[in-house]
Ligand binder design. Sequence first.
Ligand code: ADA
Length: 556
Amino acid sequence: MNPYPHHSIRKVIDLSGAWEFAFLGALDPDTLNLGTIAFTERMVVPQAFDATPAYAGKRGVAVYRNSLRIPAGTIARLRFGGVGMWCRVLIDGQAVAEHSGGYTEFWVDVPRSQNEQRELLVVVDNQFSFERSPLQEEYFDWYHYGGITRPVYLHLLPETYLRHATVRVLDWCTGDIEVALDLGGGAVESLALKASIDSTSIFDNQVSITDQKAVIRLQTPDPQPWSPEHPNLHTLHLHTADDDMEIRFGLRSVRTHGHEILLNDVPVKLKGICRHEFHPQFGPAQPPALMIADLQQVRQLGANFIRGSHYPQDQRFLDLCDELGFLVWEEAIGWQQALRHFTDERYLAAQEQCIDEMIAASINHPSVILWGILNEACTDLPESRPVFERLLGRLRKLDPTRLITYADNRRENSLCLDLVDVVSFNMYPGWYHSELEDVLPFIRKSLDAAHKLAGEIRPFIISEIGADAIPGWHDAHRKRWTEEYQADLLQIACGEMMRNEQITGISIWHFFDFRVTELTQRVLGRPRSYNHKGLMDEYRRPKQAFARMKAIFEQS
Ligand code: ADA
């Protein structure tokens, strides 16, 4: 199951499998003597090495080794789906790239050589270091794993190749689209290009190229709109003399109207969950079987919406959401950022890179309807507003076709709510404060605040609400930590969401229980070092709340 874009002419080698591996311990990756490493072990790619028994809980430097066979003098690039948390890539002992931020896709150019047998080394570091990995810190409320956690592919390329293509839907009814092409390799002034949609040839012409870019307009034959009910996908096949690229796209529009989100001009209620990429045996390196199993259970829940919290998603998961008709909120990484982050230019540059990489990878997924940033940052402080203007502005500039939002927990004290298309509040009445009887008034007060602060009526999402429940803990008192209390609280929240037309949606925190940080000041509220706000336990065994929410979501 390879992520789109696909290729039928271009040679692409999937490097998934058991790579040579060595764990070197907690040292500085700049002090490595790579020539002395004994690769006595194996580690599967993709996998989080610290989700395996031998390295559970370990933090340090690991080195992966693989060999590449590249015809002499050929241009080649490596496509990494994601490496946690920092990595340095070396070819034949020469450092060619570094990357931090474990949840975004990145490409590495392989230096050309007359040798056909090449050595690939990936030095990975899962130690927290603001220097090396400013986007991931130990205080976040999820466990940060290390390793090559998403697939790696080797692309063998012609002198001029198709580097990236964006499909922009101009009219979801007529199927009128615009395709923006980026070329790589040798500069050209024109390119012989063929294009077909769903195997019908619709373009065969010379395209003029400026600065390695070109834009063409195409008409989808037999246009079929994409929607959750009918997730019709069209396949665009681009073809040059010696390269090709196959992209899928969906004919749909998403916009707001007052408190409504309109999908193809029809109001949609977002009934969903927040989902980390996590499993006890794989960490964030979710096998396709797990992705499909999770989506089966999203469907069983009667949900149509997934907030990919709190970082860019695996492209294969988004491909499945496209095919199965789920609506997705995808966000750049963030967790309770403070002023020390917002006054650090390196941090802000790293956030911009995360946004750029997220949008470059996900721009063609019809399932993604919302872009987000910076979960629960300090939006009550004036200094945060320019940062939100800068990063939200970047989202808008890179993709004016989708809605933008962010999850705010400053709520009535927020200074940034007028900057988004959709106002989203995280709230925990009845859990961290107040009691069950306060949940409904709190939701209604929050909605009023959102309307006042946003300057006008906008769609409003409860982007997080929930309660911890220890799996299997039932008690006549029905108090905190019981499955009953969690279900009682969520029943109030989801019932209000369904009844109140000014609440456009909900993403319950959380789909399943998941491992969190082991920092003392946090872990004392997290039995077993787990966050137990899941509707299911970490092995996806439903708690009482699952059935209770299903009954509510399935109401018309
Ligand atoms: C916050 C945060 C989540 C999680 C949640 C909780 O809203 O966004 O990641 O930590 O609280 O369980 O307390």
